[in-house]
Design a protein around this ligand. Structure first.
Ligand code: SF4
Length: 407
């Protein structure tokens, strides 16, 4: 039995024990989508799969997820609006006390009327993808002309009806030169959170689409600078090394006498608040505070790490998260290899396990797109006990990645 939302106590987010419960559960409700994004993780197609989880199975899934407590439960796709029961699903999730989010695609399927229905059903936050400051950049990335304008209209409509919003931006070769303009655009959109995704070369994304480790670093620094004044929160996705950069920048500020408090690997925009109840958690990584269920019920540590540890149709999702070898290994930072294994930032960062897997085939390998070389690793190289970073990755990357991995 689960408690009704009105009587349920919200957990203090910092107290969520990731060994027992994820902060965030994402369910890919369908792979159907009218867009054709160049980098699509889901390799979305036009039509729904006949074996997608049905409405009753989805409700059972939400009941099971509720056993974790009150994780944020996000309906993603494909495009969730390709399912006719999507409002019913939001209503059910909210009624049993889940904090509900949704990531619709930027298409004409989302109207203000639908937004009102979703809000009334209990949607806490709407997250939309915006990958360019202009229609030309975004639409080329998303594969459909008009997507940028539909997305902006969706954000404006959500704002009008008082629905909290989030923008997801995927950083890749296609928009790396547009980051300054994107930062500027974000400050005008009235959002609660800017989630900056760093492309993982899986699904339709190709190795050459990923920006370099040095380019990642430059974007992290811009994100941090923006976070000092932005009226919204900023986080990275599939790039926990941003938390390392935050700590490094704050240490520099302390040295310059510009900062007093202890460095904290989580930034808040100056106007950020928890009023939509969605909140933030510290240190979420693949399988560590995070869980993904695909359209057929397979349980993954992340949508970007396509190794299934079970299926909700036959397995207990709580047991899979807490006890499967895959999830336990991902939460055990002492098992990390290469420079991540000896890094002074291992516990706050740990590298993207999804990118390590995509590039090397081993989810415990070092993060190949991090510019940082840990002090201890440097010493090991000097003493002949470890290979130089470039050599290390050259011998471990999958075919096709040789040219893009440099550090
Ligand atoms: S070396 Fe690994 S653990 Fe250290 S900051 Fe880079 S990605 Fe994070």
């Amino acid at each position: 039995m689960v408690m009704k939302a009105s009587r349920a106590r919200r957990p203090t987010l910092a107290q969520v024990d990731f060994e027992r419960s994820p902060f965030l559960v994402i369910w890919e409700v369908t792979r159907a989508c009218d867009l054709a994004c160049l980098h699509c993780r889901a390799e979305a197609v036009h039509d729904r799969h006949p074996l997608e989880l049905g409405t009753e199975e989805a409700m059972r899934l939400m009941d099971e997820v509720r056993r974790f407590g009150q994780p944020l439960f996000v309906l993603t796709g494909g495009d969730p609006l390709k399912r006719p029961d999507v409002v019913e699903l939001v209503r059910y999730g909210a009624s049993i006390g889940l904090r509900m989010g949704m990531t619709p695609s930027g298409t004409p399927l989302m109207t203000e009327e639908v937004l009102v229905e979703l809000k009334e059903a209990g949607l806490s936050r709407l997250a939309v993808s915006l990958d360019g400051s202009t229609a030309a950049i975004h639409d080329a990335f998303r594969g459909v002309e008009g997507s940028w304008a539909w997305t902006i209209r969706m954000l404006e409509a959500a704002r009008r009806i008082g629905l909290s919003t989030q923008v997801n931006t995927t950083v890749s070769r296609y928009n790396i030169d547009d980051i300054d303009a994107l930062c500027e655009l974000m400050t005008r959109l009235g959002i609660a959170l800017w989630s900056v995704f760093f492309l993982v070369p899986t699904g339709r994304a190709r190795p050459r689409d990923v920006a370099s480790a040095e380019e990642f670093e430059a974007v992290f620094e811009k994100m941090y600078e923006l976070s000092r004044t932005a009226p919204f929160d900023i986080k990275s996705t599939a790039a926990p090394q941003y938390r390392r950069v935050i700590l490094q920048m704050q240490v520099q500020e302390r040295r310059r006498g510009e900062r007093r408090g202890r460095p904290e690997p989580l930034t808040e925009g100056i106007g950020f608040s928890l009023t939509d109840g969605v909140g933030r958690a510290k240190g979420v990584n693949e399988g560590d505070g995070f869980l993904f269920v695909n359209h057929l019920g397979a349980i993954y540590p992340s949508g970007f790490l396509p190794i299934a540890a079970g299926n909700v149709r036959r397995d207990d999702i709580v047991d899979v998260y807490r006890n499967s070898e895959l999830f336990r290994a991902l939460r055990d930072r002492s098992r990390l290899k290469g420079k991540c294994g000896v890094c002074e930032y291992r516990d706050v960062c740990g590298g993207s396990r999804a990118r390590a897997y995509a590039v090397t085939g081993d989810y415990l390998e070092a993060e190949p797109f991090c510019a940082h070389v840990p002090t201890r690793y440097r010493r090991m190289v000097e003493e002949g006990r470890a290979e130089p970073v470039e050599e290390y990755f050259r011998r471990r990357v999958r075919p096709g990645f040789e040219a893009v991995v440099r550090s």
